[in-house]
Structure formats: structure tokens, C-alpha cells
Design a protein around this ligand. Structure first.
Ligand SMILES: [Zn+2]
Length: 475
């Protein structure tokens, strides 16, 4: 994508001008295609499995009968980000429960909308589909979104070991799933989990509310990573016994009684994530992982792609974007307006940092739907920098060199070629001891150098050959 040079010139020429609309350099809708989630054959076998398991657990005295007048449980949100991941958002909803049981019939969600679908060969979508966004396959591969128990209960079914990278309809594919019976006798199904990510807990074991159950995956009849969350009022798995946890005017199951502790709104417009990229993100073709091309550290003169990843962006909704220098002055500011309504969408703009851009911590900021989100990135001096030039636009670079304790020295790289390419970086002190390094197969990334002041030798090799040594100094 060509950098928006013209845009940059306009903005610097009038640094305090009112932000103007600027069309994005790229982006669009992320379409999460619907799949029936469970074929009717699979549904039948799941129900048989759960009935068999319940008999076993009842005989073993592990199932408590529900006291008369027991209050119905409330459900907490069944997903969370992995520890240390603090993106503003990480999911979107592609399908609610289809309230219209005729097939082929019309699609009707609890809010009288059409965010659901009819199953291809059976009834209707019987659960809520929550997909992860952005970079769902990358998130799955890196265990970034966890499925957790919406309510305490006992494990009455657990299936693991099935392939978890489905990309298309696959009626015969079984999913990885866990089934929990709550104290009021209601049952929740958690489906499409990542293979071998499921909790160690087994049949008959107790699960606490909020306990880890697995990682969002794409096992079974699925087009991409998502959680299929299906709830029944008791352990008879009929259409009439289903629950749609979302209360609303077209909920024909439990009407205006919400099963959520806190029911989320029908649409939750927000920025899920702000990213500074060194190249536009590559979404690839399922099951290949997306290549986010994210970077937090740039050099003067670099091109930066500023991207916002949204859920529930609605037609006409405006966002104010700004790129702020270390002194908080605006390097660029502009507005964007959503051309349509999306479950998930993203947009990016590119700017070239001037060769004399102030170094330090910069900020990319959005104001959307009354909420301000920010992400920081660092601009380092272009020189002095040890640069290892490789063919094409590949590089391995080390900067700043020399470095300071207050200004972390880093090595970053971009390699094209096959994804099986290996990059070995080894850092030695002057006594020949290895004090850092990494082996990477990713096409891009960065590592931070040891923080102890001193002189080091960095050895870089690509595919275990083409070895290069660099002398670096920090104090
Ligand atoms: Zn589903």
C-alpha cells in the first residue's frame, strides 16, 4: 500500500487544523461466515453421550437433585483474555439463538433482528456464536482468549482430541467441547474448543464460576475460531428446553427473563484493538495464521500503518484519530466514518515519519463512541544504527547503537521467504558467554537486548548459515 505522502504534507502544513475526514488506505469488513456448528448427527450423539454420562454420575451419587424452588442461576460472560493481555476488546457476536424454529424459515434473534441463521439441514441455530477479533487464528495459536465457566457446576461431558482448525462446513467433524450442569439443573455447552486445551477436570468434577475451561478454537463444523455457547433449562435437550440467555422482545424461550448476570447490549460498538503496523496486516487464508505485522518500535523515516479494529461499528459512526508526538502535539489527526454496519471491521491509514521526527514515545489515539483508546509506540533515531541488509525488503537491524540504559536497545527483523525460515540471534558478552538471544521462525518480530551496561557481540544467522557478527556497546 502506498504511503499517504500527500496527507502527511497537508497535516504538517496546518498542524492545529480541525481534523478532516481522510479515506483509509485499507481495511473493511471481517466476515465471520456462519456454519451450523453442530450437524444433526453429531447433536444426536452428543445427547446420547450426555444421557449416558448422567446415568453413570447419578449411580455414583455425583448428581444432586435440584431442590424445589431453587433459584435459576445467572451466567457470567464465558470468555476472557489470557493473563497480561489488555486489549480493550477481543470478541464479537456473529450469531444469536435463532428464535424461529421453522426450517427453512425466517431468521429471528431475541431482539427481533436477524443476527442468526437457519441450519442447513435441520432446525435453527441453537446457541450464541462469539468469535475472537482481531486475528482469531493468531489468537488461537497463542492461547490469547480463554473459555471460562459462566456458572459453577459439574462436568457432565468432555470431548477433546479433535482437529481444531476447521475452515469450512464439515458435517462429520466432531468438536472439542465441555458440558457443565449448574446447581439449578440447567446445562451449558461450550463448543469448538482448541485441541488439547481443555481443563484437566473430568466427568463428575466440580467447576467454579469463572474457572478455565479451554481456549477458543475452530474444532468441528466451523469456519473459524469461535465459542458456540448453548444453554438448556435442564438435562433434556429438546428445542423447547433451550434457553436464550439474552432477554428481549422476540425471545420466545425465556422472554424477558435474562439469564446473564449483566446482559450485554445487542450491539457493543467499540475499538477492540489499536495497532501500529510496519506493513498492512495479512489475514491470509484459513487455516494459515494471520500475520499481524505489528510493531511498537520504529525509526525516523519509517512508514507506520495506524489501524483500528472494531466490533459492532455502525453505519455513520465517526471516529477521531490522532497521532501524537512525544510532547503530545498532533503529528496527524483525522476523522473516519463507518460506511456500513459490521459485526467486525478494521481500517488503517499510513504515514511516513519524517527523517527528523522527534524520538521517544508517541501515541496513536482514537475517540469512538465516547471512549478514548490509546496505544504507544517508540520512534528511535535512524542513526547510528547497525543495519544488516538482506535481499529485497528484508532486514535485521539493531538500534540504537550505542544504547543507553534508559533507551532499550533492540533487534528487529523482517524476513519474507518461507515461513519455515529460521532466524537465530545469539548475544555474547566479551568473555564469550551467551547472555541472550532467540531462535525465531516468525517473519517479523523484535527482541530487547540485555540491560546490563557493557559491550556485546551479536551473532545473527538466517537458516543456520549466513552468519553475521555485530559489535554493540551500551552503557
Ligand atoms: Zn454456533
Amino acid at each position: 500500500m502506498r504511503p499517504c505522502l500527500l496527507t502527511f504534507l497537508l497535516v504538517t502544513a496546518s498542524a492545529v487544523a480541525i481534523a478532516q475526514p481522510i479515506p483509509p488506505a485499507g481495511g473493511g469488513e471481517f466476515v465471520f461466515r456462519s456454519a451450523p456448528c453442530i450437524s444433526e448427527e453429531l447433536r444426536t450423539s452428543i445427547v446420547q453421550m450426555l444421557e449416558t454420562n448422567m446415568s453413570t454420575l447419578e449411580r455414583a451419587g455425583r448428581i444432586r437433585s435440584v431442590p424445589a424452588g431453587a433459584t435459576a442461576v445467572l451466567l457470567d460472560w464465558p470468555l476472557r483474555q489470557a493473563a497480561g493481555v489488555t486489549d480493550p476488546g477481543y470478541y464479537g457476536i456473529s450469531n444469536y439463538v435463532d428464535q424461529d424454529t421453522a426450517f427453512p424459515g425466517k431468521v429471528l434473534d431475541y431482539n427481533c433482528g436477524t443476527r442468526s441463521y437457519d441450519q442447513a439441514s435441520g432446525y435453527n441455530h441453537q446457541g450464541t456464536d462469539i468469535f475472537t477479533w482481531p486475528f482469531p487464528r493468531y489468537k488461537q495459536a497463542n492461547d490469547l482468549v480463554q473459555v471460562i465457566a459462566a456458572q459453577e457446576g459439574i462436568v457432565i461431558g468432555k470431548v477433546d482430541g479433535n482437529p481444531d482448525n476447521s475452515c469450512a462446513l464439515c458435517a462429520t467433524c466432531n468438536w472439542n467441547a465441555i458440558y457443565i450442569r449448574h446447581p439449578d439443573g440447567s446445562v451449558a455447552w461450550y463448543g469448538h474448543l482448541k485441541r488439547n486445551s481443555l481443563t484437566y477436570k473430568n466427568l463428575g468434577d466440580n467447576i467454579a464460576k469463572g474457572e478455565y475451561l479451554g481456549i477458543v478454537g475452530s474444532s468441528g463444523n466451523s469456519t473459524g475460531p469461535h465459542l458456540h455457547f448453548e444453554v438448556y433449562k435442564n438435562s433434556t435437550y429438546t428445542l423447547a428446553n433451550r434457553i436464550d440467555p439474552f432477554a428481549g422482545p422476540c425471545n420466545r424461550l425465556n422472554g424477558t427473563t435474562s439469564w446473564w448476570t449483566i446482559q450485554k447490549p445487542y450491539r457493543e460498538p467499540m475499538v477492540n484493538k489499536l495497532v501500529t503496523h510496519f506493513a498492512p496486516p495479512v489475514f491470509g487464508t484459513c487455516p494459515d495464521l494471520e500475520t499481524p505485522n505489528e510493531r511498537k518500535v520504529f525509526l525516523q523515516g519509517d512508514t507506520v500503518y495506524f489501524a483500528a479494529y472494531y466490533r459492532d461499528q455502525q453505519q455513520g459512526a465517526a471516529t477521531q484519530y490522532a497521532v501524537l508526538r512525544p510532547d503530545a502535539s498532533a503529528f496527524a489527526s483525522w476523522t473516519g466514518t463507518s460506511p456500513s454496519t459490521y459485526n467486525a471491521s478494521y481500517w488503517y491509514w499510513s504515514y511516513v515519519l519524517p527523517s527528523n521526527a522527534p524520538t521517544g514515545n508517541w501515541t496513536f489515539r482514537t475517540v469512538f463512541n465516547g471512549v478514548t483508546d490509546t496505544v504507544r509506540f517508540t520512534v528511535n533515531p535512524k542513526t547510528p544504527t547497525a543495519v544488516l541488509d538482506l535481499p529485497g525488503d528484508q532486514y535485521i537491524r539493531l538500534y540504537p547503537n550505542p544504547g543507553k540504559a534508559s533507551d532499550p536497545m533492540r533487534i528487529d527483523w523482517q524476513l519474507n521467504g518461507a515461513s519455515s525460515q529460521t532466524l537465530d540471534i545469539r548475544v555474547f558478552d566479551l568473555n564469550g558467554r551467551q547472555v541472550g538471544g532467540t531462535q525465531k521462525v516468525r517473519r517479523s518480530g523484535e527482541i530487547e537486548m540485555p540491560v546490563v551496561p557493557g559491550s556485546y557481540v551479536v551473532e545473527v544467522s538466517v537458516n543456520r548459515r549466513d552468519s553475521h557478527r555485530l559489535m554493540v556497546v551500551r552503557w
